[in-house]
Design a protein around this ligand. Structure first.
Ligand SMILES: Cc1cc2nc3c(=O)[nH]c(=O)nc-3n(C[C@H](O)[C@H](O)[C@H](O)COP(=O)(O)OP(=O)(O)OC[C@H]3O[C@@H](n4cnc5c(N)ncnc54)[C@H](O)[C@@H]3O)c2cc1C
Length: 466
């Protein structure tokens, strides 16, 4: 007599989706809405990074920090509120409420979706068309991977000897760090730097490179640095050999900087040095899905992996690291599958924001990329201090700069660092998507007094790019 083995029957679906980030749930809705059966699997909190540890909580904190900052500037605006005291418990509760609401909305919408089966657990491929979760085997001809990423924890000396925070664990912190050291001077790190400075922490940003947000043009990096330093944030650049060690007063971060003391001691350390895709525990080898040296899933222009019937969307495919790129991935896949609309990743125009206050809105190429491309270009730059809406609001930091192709008159790129920059950038972005020349903006009548009303005026000042 052989031993009896309990083998649960394979459950068949039209589609399996792994992860409930920004692309998974809308894909589920498209399949379910078309009368197809779909299984969606989540191992953590519904809604993924943006909702739980990314955009929603950080922008809620940015809003608290901005309100606190304005309250401190009361006398400038003609009011006084006495001593501004920050209650971290309430700041955190407000953030938690926003995240919980968004996460619940994602979960509820999936659970209420007809034809959709929600499964909580860790999904692993068993073969190109089967996935195992909680000892159940699911099978589908179409599988969509939307597993996102997590904070990268580099193997720096001392990393295992000290407590450190990431964007995820920081979400549970309800005390105010007395001295917050933020390792990483890029988008995530800088947002937290300003937030915690405004809450009242001493903040030091430690960056390995020679400038902050090194992907941006130098004038943008410099202006962002000035904005942060003006609020009392210390910035240590060229920290080429970062190490961590225990210290009586918290954590000592070794820097080997060109300038200043070789070590800085803080009460808390945040690691904000990039992201790692959640692809190593997915059993991708069992399905034969290829990844690159970073662990990103290799996809083509329509987000198909090397294995027919398997797609990868969002941060795990290395084609974007934003909520809007993940959602756009969903649109590309859905339009190709359901609407015979052959949208491609290469159709989209780079755009994002750095949500410090004032924010940086970006679209298209940087000046450095334009110069490298060798195309004939014109550019114009205008200080926010000359924008009437900005000085009326007392928000005069930053500038607007726009570059266009000298021959085609197409807008090539823009950076709007200043009040409303994250919104105003869309005026230019939509003209780029319309493939219209910049002269459309130049001739448009905009509302006064706004930041956007200056775009036609700035475009009238274009000169050959320096
Ligand atoms: C601090 C911070 C701030 C940010 N702010 C912004 C911003 O302001 N604007 C913006 O556009 N972007 C922002 N981002 C980036 C944005 O959060 C992500 O790009 C976005 O969430 C896209 O994620 P995704 O769809 O790829 O997957 P994710 O949202 O990461 O979701 C993936 C899901 O898959 C689940 N999962 C993983 N592996 C498995 C498995 N094997 N089985 C089952 N489930 C699994 C995870 O639990 C997770 O829920 C920010 C990121 C951070 C870290």
């Amino acid at each position: 007599m052989g031993t009896q083995v309990n083998v649960s029957p394979v459950k068949h679906f039209d589609a399996i989706i792994i992860g409930t980030g920004q692309a998974g749930p809308p894909i589920a809705a498209r399949f379910a809405g078309a009368g197809k059966t779909v299984a969606i699997i989540e191992r953590g909190k519904f809604g993924g990074t943006c909702v739980n540890t990314g955009c929603t909580p950080t922008k809620t904190l940015v809003a608290s920090a901005e309100a606190i900052h304005v309250a401190r500037r009361g006398t400038e605006f003609g009011f006084s509120v006495g001593d501004v005291r920050v209650d971290m418990t309430r700041v955190k509760a407000r953030k938690d409420e926003a995240s919980a609401l968004s996460s619940k909305e994602v979960e509820d919408s999936l659970r209420e979706m007809k034809n959709c089966t929600v499964i909580e657990g860790q999904a692993r491929f068993q073969s190109p068309n089967t996935v195992v979760v909680n000892d159940e085997v699911l099978e589908a001809d179409k599988i969509f991977i939307n597993v996102g990423g997590r904070a990268r924890v580099p193997d720096m000396p001392g990393i295992h000897d000290v407590p450190f925070l990431t964007n995820s664990s920081l979400m549970d912190l309800s005390v105010l760090p007395t001295h917050f050291i933020i390792v990483g001077g890029s988008y995530v790190g800088l947002e937290f730097a300003q937030i915690y400075r405004r809450f009242g922490s001493e903040v030091t940003v430690v960056e390995m490179g020679p400038r902050l947000i090194g992907r941006e043009d130098e004038d943008v990096s410099d202006a962002v640095r000035e904005i942060l330093e003006a609020e009392g944030i210390s910035i240590r650049l060229n920290a080429e050999c970062i190490s961590l060690a225990k210290h009586d007063n918290g954590v000592a971060v070794g820097l080997t900087c060109e300038e200043g003391p070789p070590e800085v001691v803080g009460s808390h350390v945040l690691l904000a040095v990039g992201r790692t895709p959640n692809t190593s525990d997915l059993g991708l080898d069992k399905a034969g899905v290829a990844t690159d040296h970073r662990g990103d899933i290799v996809v083509d222009d329509q987000l198909q992996t090397n294995v027919p019937g398997i797609w990868a969307l969002g941060d795990c495919n290395g084609r974007g690291a934003f909520t809007h790129t993940s959602y756009n991935d969903y649109q590309i896949v859905a339009d190709n599958l359901f609407d015979a609309d052959h949208r491609r990743v290469s159709d989209r125009i780079q755009t994002y924001a750095l949500f410090i206050d004032p924010p940086l809105g970006r679209c298209g190429m940087t000046d450095a990329e334009i110069r490298k491309s060798g195309r004939p270009a014109l550019a114009a730059k205008y200080p926010m201090s000359q924008v009437s809406r900005a000085y009326e609001k007392g928000e005069t930091q930053g500038f607007i700069k726009i570059s266009v192709d000298a021959e085609t008159k197409q807008i090539l790129g823009a950076a709007i660092l200043g009040v409303g920059g994250d919104e105003v950038i869309h005026v230019l972005l939509d003209v780029m998507y319309a493939n219209a020349p910049y002269t459309v903006v130049e001739r448009a009548m905009h509302i006064h007094p706004t930041v956007a009303e200056y775009l036609p005026f700035i475009l009238a000042k274009l000169e050959p790019i320096a």
